[in-house]
Ligand binder design. Structure first.
Ligand code: PMP
Length: 376
């Protein structure tokens, strides 16, 4: 049976991306590879609105996060870690392994991060040199306004701001240079609409300066080793890169850069949320301004969420479940890829079918979703 994939990574990739990935291999120490790499860098620069380059590791998002932790932190570092869910906790956990001392700022999962709370923690810990944030908390579908948080923190001697943007870049604006962010980490398999396998890391000038002054105890993830090859006239990698994934990423970046892409993603998210609400589900994220344009988390008030998810899968639609304290209690549907009205109606129609005994509670969900979709 054909499966309709709606997990928040991996996400369905287009035919163009799959065909690009299938191109014949080229050597990674030649002019053709350098040209491919340079082209990707130009496209990533446009996406992030920066002239700075992006390190690309053969790794998943966790590897990209680990590269930040091992290069920026160690036993001499005090870190403020803001977490609103499973992935904020993971970034904290990876960082703690470097021996850094951590100040925890915990936000209730399902709620967004209030910039004032972060500003207060920074003011109270003037000796903290690093601040960890999550732009999009995939476990709950919360999207945090990183720009507002960075503007709110005291600017004098402020900590270096490292952001987990694994599930945000490609789906919503992420302009680290403009926002005063010092490093972002992301991965290929979500908003970048590429198969899993690439972990990407961008650093500000201040970020590179800080990293150049520290000794990294990790060989593979040492960012200064990467920088040397990345900033050459014809860029390449210190170690063998997954060439096919570079082809795929190059093609995917053209899709993401089409006009109105970010607006389309949040429009699809709003229409889907309206339909889900009208079907009788409860959206986990109550405040609309914190709802992710990439992934929506919801549950059924009857407590039958996991049975409904099972029926949904039997129908051929594959969402993700809950994580951490929400294990078995949530359905998470992603809309990172080119989700428009046909995909929204497919998801809502399948949810209606999966409701079973709860179908009678469903409202006029197609009309409500379509009204939001049409309103733009
Ligand atoms: N951070 C966030 C916000 C994520 O969504 C994920 C993946 N779901 C990760 C980190 C970890 O990424 P990966 O599974 O690619 O290692």
């Amino acid at each position: 049976m054909k499966k309709y994939l709606m997990t928040p990574g991996p996400v369905p990739v287009s035919t163009e991306v799959s065909l690009a990935e299938a191109r014949p291999l080229i050597g990674h120490r030649g002019a053709d590879f350098s040209a491919l790499f340079a082209g990707i860098e130009t496209k990533l620069g446009r996406l992030l609105k920066t002239s700075g380059k992006t390190v690309i590791f053969p790794a998943s998002g966790t590897g990209a996060l680990e590269s930040l932790s091992v290069n920026f932190t160690g036993p001499d570092t005090k870190v403020i870690s803001v977490s609103c869910g499973v992935f904020g906790d993971r970034f904290r956990e990876i960082t703690a392994l470097t021996g850094a001392s951590i100040v925890n700022v915990d936000v209730t999962p399902g709620e967004g991060v209030n910039p004032g709370v972060v500003a207060e923690a920074v003011a109270k810990n003037p000796d903290a040199s690093v601040l960890l944030l999550t732009q999009n908390e995939t476990s709950t579908g919360v999207f945090n306004r990183v720009d507002e948080i960075v503007s709110a923190i005291p600017q004098k001697n402020r900590p270096l701001v490292l952001v987990d943007s694994v599930s945000s870049i490609g789906t919503m604006p992420c302009y680290p240079e403009e926002w005063g962010v010092d490093a972002v980490a992301t991965a290929s398999q979500k908003g970048l609409l590429t198969p899993p396998g690439l972990g990407l890391v961008w650093l500000s000038e201040r970020g590179w300066d800080a990293v150049s002054k520290r000794k990294c105890n990790n060989y593979y993830f040492d960012l200064m080793r990467q920088k040397k090859d990345l900033y050459k006239e014809a860029p390449d990698n210190p170690y063998t890169p997954p060439v096919s994934l570079y082809y795929a990423l190059d093609a995917a970046l053209d899709e993401i850069s089409s006009d109105g892409w970010f607006e389309l993603r949040s429009r699809a998210a709003r229409a889907l949320a309206a339909g889900i609400d009208s079907l009788g589900f409860e959206l986990l994220v109550k405040e609309e301004k914190f709802r992710s344009p990439g992934v929506t988390a919801f549950f059924h008030p009857s407590g039958d969420t996991s049975a409904i998810a099972k029926s949904l899968k039997a129908l051929g639609v594959e969402p993700a479940g809950g994580q951490g304290k929400f294990k078995g209690k949530l359905i998470r549907m992603s809309h990172y890829h080119d989700v428009r009205w046909p995909e929204i109606s497919l998801a809502l129609g399948s949810l209606y079918a999966a409701l079973g005994d709860h179908r009678a509670r469903a409202g006029d969900f197609v009309r409500r979703a379509f009204e939001v979709w049409e309103a733009k």
